[in-house]
Design a binder for this molecule. Structure first.
Ligand code: CMP
Length: 133
């Protein structure tokens, strides 16, 4: 067990739907700490770098278009086992399959427009947060 940091992004659908406070408050209520935060409009280059592991997937172009379609909120979240704890709070990628009680389970009905992104490993955190901070 160790204190970790993870990178979290509230995607354009979450911002458009007024869910910034809801998402952040779930992390805070869990006991996690927001140690950096900003709202920005992602460039195409930043989106392609963030999702570079998906470059060859059929949904890549749509995904880049979606995440650059409006402002996002990027943050660094800190706490005990933050990477896995945040992934659990968020739920599985597909909002239709995510269990109630998770952010995606409560607010998403789509696999693409799923409110929030979070790093899946310490290596992803290192790469992802440096794109924005
Ligand atoms: P995220 O956790 O940010 O990681 C990659 C993103 O790609 C994912 O959330 C979704 O927004 C999107 N994604 C993953 N799988 C699919 C898919 N099959 N079709 C469309 N978008 C997808």
């Amino acid at each position: 067990m160790a204190v970790e940091r993870t990178f979290v992004m509230i995607k354009p659908d979450g911002v458009r739907r007024g869910l910034i406070g809801e998402v952040i408050s779930r992390f805070e209520r869990k006991g996690l700490k927001i140690v950096a935060l900003k709202m920005l409009q992602m460039t195409r280059e930043q989106a392609e770098e963030l999702y570079s592991v998906h470059r060859d997937k059929p949904f890549f172009n749509d995904l880049v278009k979606f995440v650059t379609s409006g402002p996002v909120v990027v943050m660094i979240v800190e706490g005990e086992s933050a990477i896995s704890v945040v992934r659990t709070l968020i739920g599985p990628t597909d909002g239709r399959k995510a269990p109630p009680g998770t952010i995606r389970g409560d607010f998403a009905l789509s696999i693409q427009e799923n409110i929030v992104h979070a790093s899946d490993s310490p290596e992803s955190f290192e790469r992802e947060h440096k794109i924005f901070f």
